[in-house]
Ligand binder design. Structure first.
Ligand code: SAM
Length: 248
């Protein structure tokens, strides 16, 4: 009798637990769905923005491949101190690094020399950018660069594969920043680091349009919600922040 009662009780408890589990999962899925639906707000904004806002920030238009000449301009080193920026990354010869929004590969080929025993994934959504990098790879016989066609919502990288992620002047133009950060998080190894390089939004003297700049406060807000913490901001570049984010 006792056994029966217990059995009855156990099965009732089990039933309740299953029901609770189902309710919890359904609630979680609904919550995720509603976050996804409400993540972005659409309204009229800056002429250089796409009229889509994420956490109060308007997203900028993607820079087309027609701007390759500007990305590769000879005065860029002087203006942005790229060498210093790459030094900030403390690149090791065996590092696996993803340059997301790699463009024409301005940083990719410099990093490929520094991580000569490692690998550089050069991710972009414009096939023209990948073609430009592929032709340089072939011309200079570079073996440790792999170009990857990403999408607006995914970096298309293998999971748990990269030590470092570099994003130079690209994050602010992701049309799905929440999805991109989630995708980057998957690709990054547990102790991996994101180097987020953005023109300083707090500084009016930086000669770049407003929607193409970011403040530290805004970046922290967007990365914290995705499970990252700002390790430090290296303040040694003329125009840009060099923010280092790690997984919480
Ligand atoms: C302003 S360019 C910067 C290129 C490069 N990082 C540099 O500093 O020379 C931004 C690049 O990000 C790319 N991009 C935009 N959204 C992207 C996404 N979701 N995933 C990968 N690349 C993206 C664009 O196609 C463009 O090539």
């Amino acid at each position: 009798m006792m056994f029966n009662i217990l059995k009855f009780k156990t099965s009732k408890i089990t039933y309740c637990l299953i029901l609770f589990g189902l309710l919890f999962t359904t609630a979680k899925v609904c919550a995720q769905d509603s976050i996804t639906k409400q993540t972005y707000i659409y309204k009229k904004g800056d002429p250089n923005g796409i009229g889509k806002f994420y956490m109060g920030r308007e997203i900028a238009y993607v820079m087309g491949y027609q701007g390759i000449g500007w990305l590769e301009r000879s005065e860029r080193e002087e203006e942005e101190k790229t060498t210093k920026l790459l030094k900030n990354m403390n690149i090791k010869p065996t590092d696996v690094i993803a340059d997301i929004g790699a463009g024409s590969g301005y940083h990719v080929f410099k990093m490929a020399k520094m991580a000569h025993k490692g690998l550089i994934y050069a991710v972009d959504i414009q096939p023209e950018m990948l073609l430009t990098m592929e032709s340089r790879k072939a011309k200079e016989n570079i073996k440790n660069v792999e170009t990857i066609l990403g999408s607006e919502q995914s970096d298309s990288l293998p999971e748990n594969s990269v030590d470092k992620v570099l994003m130079v002047d690209v994050y602010h133009e992701f049309s799905y920043p929440a999805e991109m950060i989630a995708s980057i998080k998957k690709a990054l190894k547990p102790k991996g680091q994101i180097f987020l390089i953005e023109y300083r939004g707090e500084d009016d003297s930086v000669p770049i349009k407003r929607v193409h700049k970011m403040t530290i406060k805004q970046a922290v807000k967007e990365f914290e919600i995705a499970g990252f913490v700002l390790k430090k901001n290296i303040n040694n570049l003329p125009w840009q922040h060099c923010m280092i984010f790690e997984k919480k």
